[in-house]
Ligand binder design. Structure first.
Ligand code: CP
Ligand code: NVA
Length: 315
């Protein structure tokens, strides 16, 4: 069975720790003679990695392109609008064409069922570069960033404020629980996490010593948190709902008042792109507790680690 990375709990707690340790070592050895190049064939030719986008991207596009190149490979970045996939060729047929030519497939798309369908037929590893439901590569980068600034993950509390029903909230629940963290989601009642994801995260947390929870009380969610995080109130694909979506989230903005409730040495994360004055105050994202640029850089290291780990597991 080919191993893929489709959602956060595709990695066991031990495997997640392995990937995060690899990410740290790749960061430390970047550009050195020791840096691994597993995407280079025996004759020196670069192996291809398909990086497909059904939605816009800046960080994911750049970090996968640079990461694949740094591993010795060749990134083939394809937008839906310029491929037959965007004209209705089936996911399965597309995958059967790609997996004969590339070493891995990275895909940003809409419903999780699309990437599940790809993984079901792919003979090479498939990596989720964001779906409507999950953004697992982002959470690995975030966890790497928390380790860098806090030294460890297990037992630390991480509070996410905003859209509790979106991909980031779900991935924080699963990925944070896997790391043994105490993950709290503060969101409007009408934007709660998927109960199945909460249940799964709670089951993981029961094994790792972490915990997960939801509350509509933003202040209570933020109290004493080691990590405070938020995300846009209007995810890709929801642009038509903009006006209806902003008002319910106003009490969940990550502003100076909320930050003041967290631990004194709390760090602030945001996957970006950020909307200052909406989900996060300019003074918070641009302030001394923000580590968002480290977080954005760590996409590169964390994804290189996932690629190497999957290539080794599937060798
Ligand atoms: N955080 C993130 O995934 O950014 P992009 O949408 O720019 O890739
Ligand atoms: N929730 C956001 C994350 C962007 C990286 C979205 O899906 O648009």
């Amino acid at each position: 069975m080919t191993r893929h990375f489709l959602k956060d709990d595709d990695l066991s707690p031990a495997e997640q720790a392995e990937v995060l340790a690899l990410a740290a070592s790749l960061k430390a050895s970047r550009h050195t003679a020791e840096a691994p190049t597993p995407l280079r064939a025996a004759n020196g030719a670069p192996l291809g990695v398909a990086v497909l986008f059904d939605k816009p991207s800046t960080r994911t596009r750049v970090s996968f392109s640079v990461g694949v190149a740094e591993l010795g490979g060749y990134p083939l970045v394809v937008d839906a609008g310029t491929s037959q996939l965007g004209r209705g060729e089936s996911v399965e047929d597309t995958t059967r064409v790609l997996d004969r030519q590339v070493a891995a497939i990275v895909w940003r798309t809409f419903g999780q069922e699309r990437i599940d369908a790809m993984a079901a037929v792919s003979r090479v590893p498939v990596i989720n570069a964001l779906t409507d439901e999950y953004h697992p590569c982002q959470i690995l980068a975030d966890l790497q960033t928390v380790i860098e600034h806090k030294g460890s993950l297990a037992g630390r509390s991480m509070t996410y404020l905003g859209d509790g029903a979106n991909n980031m909230a779900h991935s924080y629940l699963l990925g944070g629980a896997t790391a043994g963290m105490h993950v709290r989601i503060g969101s409007p009642e009408t934007f709660q996490p998927d109960p199945a994801v909460l249940e799964r995260a709670a089951a993981i947390a029961a094994e790792t010593g972490g915990s997960v929870g939801w509350t509509a009380d933003a202040d209570a969610a933020a109290d004493g948190a080691d990590v405070l995080v938020t995300d846009t109130w209007v995810s890709m694909g929801q642009e038509d709902e903009y006006d209806a979506r902003v008002a319910p989230f106003l009490p969940y903005a990550l502003d100076e008042g909320v930050l003041g409730r967290a631990a004194d040495d709390a760090v602030v994360l945001h996957c970006l792109p950020a909307y200052r004055g909406k989900e996060i105050a300019a003074g918070v994202i641009d302030g001394p507790q923000s580590v968002v640029w480290d977080e954005a850089e760590n996409r590169l290291h964390a994804q290189k680690a996932v690629l190497i780990w999957l290539l080794e597991k599937n060798a």
